[in-house]
Design a protein around this ligand. Structure first.
Ligand SMILES: [Zn+2]
Length: 95
C-alpha cells in the first residue's frame, strides 16, 4: 500500500511503499512512515513495561534465576486466575 509522507526536513511529499526506509526524493533525508513510527513507539513502550516486570526472563539470567522467574510468572497467572474466578463468581451469584 502506497503512503504519502511529508519530509521533515524540506516538506516535500514522498510516496512510501513497503516497510523499507526511504530517502526524500528532494533532499535525501530519511523518510519515516508515521504508522511505522507509532508502532515502534508502542513496541518500545511494551518492552519498557516488560523490563519493569520483575519476572521477565532475560538472556543473561542464570538458570536458577530463569527458573525462579518462570515459577513467579506461573504463580502470578494462577493467582490472577483464582482472583478472576472469584470476581466472576461474585458477579454471577445472586447474593
Ligand atoms: Zn526532503
Amino acid at each position: 500500500m502506497a503512503n504519502s509522507v511529508k519530509c521533515k526536513n524540506c516538506g516535500e511529499w514522498n510516496t512510501i511503499e513497503g516497510s523499507e526506509k526511504q530517502k526524500c526524493s528532494n533532499c535525501g533525508e530519511v523518510i519515516q512512515d508515521p504508522t511505522k513510527e507509532r508502532l515502534e513507539k508502542i513496541k518500545k513502550y511494551k518492552q519498557e513495561q516488560l523490563d519493569k516486570w520483575m519476572f521477565t526472563i532475560k538472556d543473561d539470567d542464570s538458570a536458577v534465576v530463569k527458573f525462579g522467574k518462570k515459577t513467579g510468572n506461573i504463580t502470578y497467572i494462577v493467582i490472577m486466575s483464582i482472583v478472576g474466578f472469584f470476581a466472576w463468581l461474585a458477579a454471577v451469584l445472586p447474593l
